[in-house]
Design a binder for this molecule. Sequence first.
Ligand code: SF4
Length: 199
Amino acid sequence: MAADTLRVGGLVPLTSIDYPGELAAVVFTQGCAWRCVYCHNPDLLPARGDSEIPWSQIIEFLDNRRGLLDAVVFSGGEPTFQAALPQAIEQVRDMGFKIGLHSAGIYPRKLERLLPLIDWIGLDVKARQADYHLITRTRDSGEAAWHSAELVLASGVPHQFRITAHPDWLDDSDAQWVRQRLLAMGASSVVIQQGRLHG
Ligand code: SF4
């Protein structure tokens, strides 16, 4: 799949918080197969967006930021939702940028193939495996996400696991359970953030 078919729903030109320690731009890709109760980016969930940014415009922007930005983070939506992601990442890598990826680990096999191409990953882990569907409203989502967490750890790619605590969906004790489980699996960075329901 050609890189220029990547559907982009948004761009943040400069951030110092989306890739720890690096100045980065964030490319928000369109589309996600899950429907989390607290999703913060509902406009990015459909496969097609109302105001997509052509990939050529992203490349032109990055071309002008060589030497000024360290990295490009692919976020979403769920970046691995799109088949053009590996090619888009390779194109940006070839321009000299480090690659960050935000993912919910929806597609473990796709993620496994991507890991050698990326320099840092922020992976959401939303709940205990058995409780996942209560948040994602998607069957078998827990198996996918926890398998993705195992793959990230096995890869050695620098990571940050992110847990969203919410009184209705993942209370503090459950969030701590998830954190301890990830640490026991070998995670070196696990953060708990406080969530809010969209709308
Ligand atoms: S996986 Fe992420 S982008 Fe997809 S619905 Fe859940 S919170 Fe939203």
